[in-house]
Design a protein around this ligand. Structure first.
Ligand SMILES: O=C(O)c1ccccc1NCC(=O)[C@H](O)[C@H](O)COP(=O)(O)O
Length: 206
C-alpha cells in the first residue's frame, strides 16, 4: 500500500515526509487551494528527495495544456485530477503521466466501471470537498470500493488504520490533519500518519 502526503509547499516539508517514509508527495496547483505551490517551488521540493518518492501534481478544473505545462515545469511523476472531467481529457493526461482520478462517493461506481481496464488511471475516492478534512462513511462505501483504488478524505494518524481495515485501499492520502496550518506540515502528525498506515498494511488481510 502507498502513502501520499499532500499539500507539500516547501523543501522542509518534502524532506520531512520522505524521511517519515511517504511514497508520494502531493503538490497542489489548483488556484482555489490554501496550499497552492508554484511549479518552481514544487520542482525544488521534489528534487530534494530521492527519485523513488513520487511527485504528484494536483489539479482542479484546469486546461489540459496548463496541466501538461506545469507537470513538465515541476518535474512531476504523476498527475491527480479533481472535478468533473470528460474521459477524453483524462486520457489526454494519461497519455503522458500516470493519473490518480479523484471521485466523490456518488461517482464511484460509474468511474470504477469506466476505468477498470485502463492501467494508466487509478481511482482515488475523496470527500466532496477536497482538502476539507472530513472523513467518509467507509462502511457504507465498502460494496462499491474497487480493488486497487486509493482513499482520501479526513484521514489522519488517529483514523487511518480503521479506514484501511474497512476498505483495504491500495493507497491513502491526506493533508488537513497533517498540518500545523494550511501549507505547513506538523512533523509529528506526518510521522504518526505514515507509521499508522504502514503498521496496518502489515496486518490487513488481502
Ligand atoms: O487540499 C486542498 O487544498 C485541495 C484543493 C483543491 C483540490 C485538491 C486539494 N487537495 C487534494 C488532496 O488530494 C487532499 O489530500 C485530499 O482531498 C484529502 O484532503 P483532507 O481531507 O484534508 O485530508
Amino acid at each position: 500500500m502507498k502513502v501520499k502526503v499532500c499539500g507539500t509547499t516547501s523543501v522542509r516539508d518534502a524532506v520531512l515526509a520522505a524521511d517519515a517514509g511517504a511514497d508520494a508527495l502531493g503538490f497542489i496547483f489548483a488556484p482555489v487551494s490554501r496550499r497552492l505551490v508554484t511549479p518552481q517551488a514544487a520542482r525544488e521540493a521534489g528534487l530534494s528527495v530521492g527519485a523513488t518518492v513520487a511527485r504528484v501534481g494536483v489539479f482542479l478544473g484546469q486546461g489540459l495544456d496548463e496541466v501538461l505545462r506545469v507537470a513538465d515545469a515541476a518535474r512531476l511523476s504523476a498527475v491527480q485530477l479533481h472535478g468533473p472531467l470528460s474521459s477524453l481529457y483524462v486520457e489526454g493526461v494519461a497519455a503522458y503521466y500516470p493519473v490518480l482520478r479523484v471521485v466523490r462517493p456518488a461517482e464511484l461506481a460509474q468511474a470504477a466501471h469506466m476505468w477498470r481496464t485502463d492501467p494508466r488511471v487509478t481511482l482515488m475516492l475523496d470527500a466532496p470537498e477536497p482538502g476539507g478534512g472530513v472523513p467518509l462513511d467507509w462502511a457504507a462505501l465498502k460494496a462499491d470500493f474497487p480493488a486497487g483504488a486509493w482513499l482520501a478524505g479526513g484521514l489522519g494518524p488517529e483514523n487511518v488504520a480503521q479506514a484501511i481495515g474497512v476498505l483495504g485501499p491500495a493507497g491513502v492520502d491526506a493533508v488537513s490533519r497533517l498540518e500545523a496550518r494550511p501549507g505547513l506540515k506538523d512533523a509529528a502528525a506526518v510521522r504518526a500518519f505514515v507509521q499508522a498506515a504502514r503498521s496496518t498494511q502489515a496486518s490487513y488481510p488481502q
